[in-house]
Ligand binder design. Structure first.
Ligand SMILES: CC(C)(COP(=O)(O)OP(=O)(O)OC[C@H]1O[C@@H](n2cnc3c(N)ncnc32)[C@H](O)[C@@H]1OP(=O)(O)O)[C@@H](O)C(=O)NCCC(=O)NCCS
Length: 146
């Protein structure tokens, strides 16, 4: 299979033109409730730090990130189901790690569902560590050396 993909900055226009696709891909997340309003919501440096991934002209993955005082934070990462396991998720995390280095941040953080072994396995494989708990969520942190 041709696994070439094109990673671009996520823009408000990409979100507006593809919101149905974003919602469809996010059905992999249990109990997902995000609408256009959530995808468009303003966060610190969101549009600079978030990415859209295309295979040909089809949106096939995305990551939404923002800047926190001490870290860069991953709000959501989703890869279309038929393209799992091809290294796309890893590329998106590597990119935010590079952004963290560029911006002098000491960590990349995220919250994951503690009953989603698929995403926990993915993050642990990328050296994220569990650094806190919040109900059914775990806070995960990847230290970044700048
Ligand atoms: C989690 C997700 C983003 C991973 O993306 P992906 O493109 O399939 O992952 P990659 O192919 O980049 O995998 C990177 C590494 O993680 C490993 N990995 C992936 N899933 C794993 C799992 N369930 N358990 C252990 N390791 C896993 C891969 O083996 C790979 O390791 P390698 O580099 O040593 O081969 C994707 O599966 C997804 O979109 N899931 C549904 C949405 C979701 O749960 N998002 C996260 C919460 S917001």
């Amino acid at each position: 299979m041709d696994t070439t993909v094109d990673i671009q900055p996520l823009t408000p226009d990409i979100v507006k033109n593809n919101v149905g696709r974003l919602i469809e891909m996010s059905k992999q997340l249990k109990g997902d409730y995000w609408t256009l309003e959530h995808y468009m919501g303003e966060l610190n440096r969101k549009w600079e730090l978030s990415s859209a991934v295309y295979k040909g002209d089809r949106l096939c993955a995305f990551i939404i990130n923002s800047e926190k005082p001490e870290s860069l934070h991953v709000h959501r990462i989703v890869v279309s189901k038929e393209l799992h396991g091809l290294g796309i998720g890893k590329k998106l995390i590597y990119k935010i790690v590079e952004d963290a280095k560029r911006l002098g941040k000491g960590a990349v953080t995220l919250k994951a569902e503690n009953d989603n072994p698929q995403s926990l396995g993915f993050y642990k494989g990328l050296n994220f560590e569990i650094t806190g708990e919040q109900g059914h969520l775990v806070l995960m942190t990847l230290k970044v050396t700048t």
